[in-house]
Design a protein around this ligand. Structure first.
Ligand code: GUN
Length: 284
């Protein structure tokens, strides 16, 4: 059996087209959706991601305010920028690109983002709301993964889902989302014993490990839906995910590719969250 490829590019294009149309309506009504992005230091991957967000904003009719700050920026200086953006009614979404340089405590910084502008969904308030099933900003990567899963028509209800990775950005919120969809969720990580066997039982497998080829073909259950969150470089320098794609695609029913998968959906979901923040700001 060869899996059906989940086309992240097409899905993301659809989401962004919807955002663009709604942003136009908002602008016509006098609200100009605006996202502020703070990048501290010169991590090359972060620079690429932030440039992508800038392009997405332009494409969606969302204003972007990019603050590129030097690597020796202090935590106090960053908090000062955040306080200014928090108080600015013209800014609807605020995103601080991670990772931050060592002198800055990311939790302290994230907590300084007003929950109503937290389009990453990383603040304790939004995380807590997600866990307790209240309306919130859902972190963009897991939101994108769920949309991809939903595009297959497969319902998570009652199914065994395995999330490999327990980060605050992906693994934990992904588990919460799947649980909210009534899946039976197992979260695996570096200390998990029998990880391969657990994965091989998963009807839904989400890989967010950060290691090329970590999920082998044997770890994929026949007929599974496999969502690959990894963005890695193969030894040959090619962009690849966490899943050994060709053998996994032989066994899965649905699989997301890298590139052309979750990464594009993450970016589209950020646009969706920013639009929502702008819409919400009109209603207060
Ligand atoms: N770094 C890697 N992924 C993300 C993300 O989704 N949001 C932010 N702010 N930083 C990241």
């Amino acid at each position: 059996m060869a899996a059906q490829i989940i086309d992240g590019k097409a899905l993301a294009a659809r989401v962004k087209a919807e955002v663009r149309a709604e942003a136009e309506q908002l602008r016509a009504a006098g609200t100009y959706p605006c996202l502020a992005v703070l990048l501290v230091g010169d991590d090359p991957a972060s620079a690429v991601y932030v440039a992508g967000k800038e392009r997405d904003c332009a494409e969606c009719g969302i204003e972007s305010r990019m603050l590129r700050l030097p690597a020796d920026t202090t935590q106090a200086q960053l908090l000062c920028h955040l306080a200014r953006l928090a108080a600015d009614d013209g800014v609807h979404g605020i995103l601080v690109q991670l990772p931050l340089p060592a002198q800055i405590d990311p939790q302290r910084v994230i907590a300084a983002i007003p929950p109503q502008k937290d389009v990453d969904g990383f603040t304790p308030v939004n995380m807590g709301r997600l866990l307790t099933g209240q309306p919130c900003f859902v972190p963009c990567t897991p939101a994108g993964c769920l949309a991809m899963l939903q595009s297959t028509g497969l319902s998570p209800a009652g199914r065994r889902a395995v999330v490999v990775g327990r980060s605050n950005i992906v693994g934990k919120p992904m588990a919460a989302l799947l649980l909210a969809q009534d899946a039976t969720v197992t979260v695996c990580h570096s200390k998990t014993q029998g990880l391969a066997e657990l994965c091989a039982e998963a009807e839904i497998l989400v890989a967010a490990v950060g290691r090329a080829g970590f999920i082998t073909g044997e770890m994929v259950r026949p007929g599974a839906a496999v969502i690959d969150v990894g963005i890695n470089r193969s030894p040959g320098g090619r962009l690849c995910g966490d899943v050994d794609f060709a053998p996994a695609a032989q066994k899965a029913a649905f699989i997301s590719p890298v590139p052309g998968g979750v990464g594009l959906m993450t970016r589209a979901m950020l646009m969706k969250n920013t639009l929502r923040a702008a819409r919400m700001a009109r209603q207060v």
